[in-house]
Design a protein around this ligand. Structure first.
Ligand SMILES: Cc1cc2nc3c(=O)[nH]c(=O)nc-3n(C[C@H](O)[C@H](O)[C@H](O)COP(=O)(O)O)c2cc1C
Length: 222
């Protein structure tokens, strides 16, 4: 990773995990500073990176992020107990990619929470995969959505999928979270009984394709 790229990744990480709820304040502060017409040599905040070179790039990145900039890409963030939900991931990702939309995948138990939040923020669309446990979401998926809700994300499209054994419930609960966050929602979510069958995998693929089509349409707005 080049030095400049690693700075930009660190800035996105910081913004996504700390500054996300304050986009309006960021825009107002940048407008106030720009009005002063200063020639900026360095940005030295009281936390975070000191921008000694190209401080104007940091200002542009912050403005873009405050305006909800994201890549035209999807991210699948999931967890699983016995691999049923996990077996849905590949066909969903293939469907997304076959629509020409890039897709990254993160398994929650193998991913630090701050990375999951950063990856969510970078992509225009997110699919949350969660099995049902005692009628509700798997705890790591619930933890992720709880973190996310506190950060008040905007301008992102979301969907949920997962494996269940009888009544289900996790996917419904994930959508309730998306609604509370005011995200754009792609419905209905997809639930599969235990391990996905051949037909279920076809449904997963179509779900991925349809999600990617909606993501592309939604991305046009920005
Ligand atoms: C402790 C426990 C509680 C469960 N509770 C529910 C439930 O309330 N409703 C349901 O539909 N399935 C329930 N299941 C079944 C799982 O959702 C099912 O096995 C699913 O395939 C797990 O997905 P995974 O393979 O991705 O972990 C439960 C499973 C376990 C182990």
């Amino acid at each position: 990773m080049s030095r400049r790229r690693s700075f930009s990744d660190a800035a996105i990480d910081y913004y996504a995990n700390i500054i996300m709820p304050f986009g309006q304040l960021v825009k107002a502060k940048i407008a106030e500073i720009q009005k002063l017409g200063l020639d900026i040599d360095m940005i030295a905040p009281d936390h975070g990176i000191i921008w000694r070179k190209h401080p104007e790039q940091a200002v542009k990145m912050y403005l873009d992020m405050a305006n909800g900039k994201a890549e035209e890409r999807a991210v699948i963030i999931y967890d699983t107990m016995w691999h049923g939900t996990e077996k849905m991931v590949l066909p969903i990702m293939n469907g997304i990619k076959d629509e020409g939309v890039d897709c990254r995948v993160f398994k929650l138990r193998a991913t630090p929470m701050s990375v999951a939040i950063k990856e969510f923020w970078k992509a225009r669309g997110c699919l949350v995969g969660t099995p049902t446990l005692n009628n509700i979401m798997y705890p790591s998926a619930a933890e992720f959505l709880t973190h996310l809700r506190g950060l008040r994300p905007k301008n992102r499209i979301a969907a949920a999928f997962g494996s269940y054994g009888w009544g289900g419930g996790a996917v419904k609960e994930a959508y309730e979270n998306f609604t509370k966050m005011g995200l754009e929602i792609f419905e209905p979510g997809l639930q599969v009984l235990y391990k996905p069958s051949h037909d279920d995998k076809q449904k997963c693929y179509e779900f991925g394709r349809e999600f990617a089509r909606k993501l592309k349409q939604y991305h046009q707005k920005f």
